[in-house]
Ligand binder design. Structure first.
Ligand code: C5P
Length: 210
C-alpha cells in the first residue's frame, strides 16, 4: 500500500522543512497545503476583493490554478495572516479538500503538511506527526527565514502574528488546528532540523515495521 505521511502543526513549527526532507528521503511527492490557502488569499487580493468576502474566496478556491503555487509572494508574512482568514471559510476548505485528497491518493503515496491533514484530509494516513515548538522559538525561526528572503520584520511583530494565527486556526469551527488522536507529537523547541528529521524518521520506520 502506498505510504501517506500526514504532518500537522502550528505556524513556523518547522513542519514544511521536515516534510520536504522526509519526502526526498522516502521518494514521495510532497504537498505544502498552506500554499493552497495562501494562493486563494492572493487571488482574492489580486482581484480586488476584500478578504472578508466569503463568496469571492470560495470562487477563488474552486478555480485555483496550480501554477499560482510557485508565486514568491505567497511566502510573504502578510500572506500567512490573509490565508488564515480565508481558511476559516467552510466553502474554501471544501473546495480544496478533494484536490488535496486526490494528491494524497496517488499510486506513489505522499507527504502532506498543514493543519488538518491527520484529522480531515488523510484520516487513514499510515503515519501522523504533529510538529510543535515554543512560540518564541517559532518566531525566531520565521524571523531568520523572512530575513533570508529580504523581508525584515521585528521579532516581536512576528511573535504576535504567530500567536494570533494559531489562536484563529485552533478556534475555527471547521477543521481546526489540532493533533489527531493517533498522531505522534514532536516538540522541536530544542531540536535542530537534523535532529527533528532523525526523530521523525524513527517514528516512520517504526510505523512501517508494524
Ligand atoms: O502553513 P502556512 O503557514 O503556510 O499556512 C497558512 C495558513 O493557511 C494557516 O495559518 C492556516 O490558517 C491555513 N491552513 C489551513 N489548513 C491547512 C494548511 C494551512 O487552514 N491544511
Amino acid at each position: 500500500m502506498p505510504m501517506v505521511i500526514a504532518i500537522d502543526g502550528p505556524a513556523a513549527s518547522g513542519k514544511g522543512t521536515l516534510a520536504k526532507r522526509l519526502a526526498a528521503h522516502y521518494g514521495l511527492p510532497h504537498l505544502d497545503t498552506g500554499l493552497l490557502y495562501r494562493a486563494v488569499a492572493l487571488t482574492v487580493i489580486d482581484a480586488g476583493y476584500n478578504l472578508d468576502d466569503h463568496q469571492a474566496a470560495a470562487r477563488a478556491a474552486s478555480a485555483l490554478i496550480v501554477d499560482r503555487l510557485a508565486d514568491p509572494r505567497l511566502r510573504e508574512r502578510a500572506m500567512g495572516d490573509a490565508a488564515s482568514r480565508i481558511s476559516a471559510v467552510p466553502a474554501v476548505r471544501a473546495a480544496l479538500l478533494s484536490w488535496q485528497q486526490r494528491f494524497a491518493g496517488g499510486d506513489d503515496g505522499a507527504v502532506l503538511d498543514g493543519r488538518d491533514i491527520g484529522t480531515v484530509v488523510c484520516p487513514n494516513a499510515q503515519v501522523k506527526l504533529f510538529i510543535t515548538a515554543a512560540p518564541e522559538e517559532r518566531a525566531r525561526r520565521r524571523h531568520l527565514e523572512l530575513a533570508r528572503r529580504g523581508e525584515n520584520s521585528p521579532l516581536s511583530a512576528i511573535l504576535e502574528d504567530i500567536v494570533a494565527r494559531d489562536a484563529r486556526d485552533a478556534q475555527r469551527s471547521t477543521a481546526p488546528l489540532k493533533a489527531a488522536a493517533d498522531a505522534v507529537v514532536l516538540d522541536t523547541t530544542a531540536l535542530d532540523a537534523d535532529e527533528a528529521f532523525e526523530a521523525a524518521r524513527a517514528v516512520i520506520d517504526g510505523a512501517r515495521r508494524h
